[in-house]
Structures are given as C-alpha cells and as structure tokens.
Design a protein around this ligand. Sequence first.
Ligand code: BGC
Length: 245
Amino acid sequence: MENIKLGIDFGGSGIKGGLVDLNKGELVGERHRIETPKPAAPQPVAEVINDIITHFEYKGDFGVAFPAAIQSGVVRTASNIDKSWIGSNAEEIFMQVTGHPNKVLNDADAAGMAEVKFGHGKDIKGVVLMITIGSGIGTAIFSNGVLVPNTELGHIHYKDKVAEKWASDAVRKNEDLSWKKWAKRFAEYLQYMEKLFYPEIIILGGGASKKFEKYAEHLKDVETKVVPAKLQNQAGIIGSAGALL
Ligand code: BGC
C-alpha cells in the first residue's frame, strides 16, 4: 500500500520540503526549497512551512527536522535560529498556522533515523554516529538501531571552542578555509568523537555530505569508517516524514 508523507527540513539557509515514499525511503518527485526567513523566528518560519504545504497541495500530517534540541515538540536550544524559539512548542505553532498535525524532531536525529532505516546505518550492530555538517554541527547516536535523542555533540568544547563554531561548514565559508584546512579541523573533531563513543561507522549528512569527495582524502588519522549519507542532503526530509510512523 502507498505510504506517502510530507517531510520538511528547516536549515540555516533553506527550508526544504518533499513528499516521501516511506516504503522505499525516497522522495517522490522534486523537493521544494524556500530561503530561510531572517530572522528565523516562529511566525515567519511557520508561514514558509505553510507555503511548502500549499505548494504540494498536501492534506495530511507532516514532519519537521528542526535545528535544535526538541522535547515533546518544545524547542530547548537556538544556536542558529532566532532565540525567541526557546521554550515554545513548535508543533503547536505549526498546527495553528497550517491547520495540520505535525511531528517536530531534531534535524540530525531525523537524518540519522533515515540512514539507519534506509541508508548506511541499516543493520549495523553497535554504535552508529551520524554527524550533519551545515550552519551548525548536528549529531545523532544509535545503539543497535535505537536512538538516544538530542545528543548535541556539536556543542562539545574542543580546544576551548564550541566545536560547531570551529568546524562547521558555515565556519569554512565564513573564514574562507580551503577544503584541506577545514578537513584538518573536522578530522580532529572526528578523532575526538571516536575516542568518546567508539562507533562502528560515522555517517556524514547535511550540505557537506554532497561534497565528500572534496575533503575525504584530508580526513587523516580517523580510524572509524566514515561515509557520506546514502540519502545525502535528503536524509532530514526523509527522516522527518518517517518520524510520523
Ligand atoms: C543545534 C543542533 C542541530 C545542529 C544542526 C546545532 O546548532 O544545536 O540541535 O542539530 O545545529 O542543525
């Protein structure tokens, strides 16, 4: 039986939506992208989400991969979004503006869930570490396929800095770092992660997953197998739709 849901990925630069075939774990047709409003505050973000729903003439419940720690729909952090989100119930706000029931979860958790179900994390025994690289660094940890939500390891302190303020893709762009220079930083971050969690595999998602060949050779001295997400940058959309099941 057909099982199609709308998934939405709220990113630092774009809000992307797509219809997802949950039996296959793939998009049906093209995704639709709208620039993230500035500031990325609740009302304008909810309106963009409503525009995406209208674009697809979609009628059912939808999922949102959200760039913050989320507990039962409530936003707990706001590193790369407007601070006014903190403490608000994103699911209720989206319901009020769109009229559709929805499920909101952390973006890296969503991407990781998609990879564990349909991608490189499938059937892996032990620990899978998903790391998304974009405006921030997002993480998701699975043990035998079970997620520990909201791990927020992009905020771990490394060399007296918050890791994502030193090694995210936004930092690479802002500081105009070459891929090699950025990868040297990111490799250090990965080495730190592997010494803390001893994962079987590290899966890289977010915008930088599509550029893996530009920096893969510079990820030196990382012992764990590192792969770009099989679902690439669509993992957040697919995982947020999958969270509705
Ligand atoms: C947020 C995380 C998010 C990551 C990627 C971080 O700044 O705190 O919740 O997963 O960015 O968007």
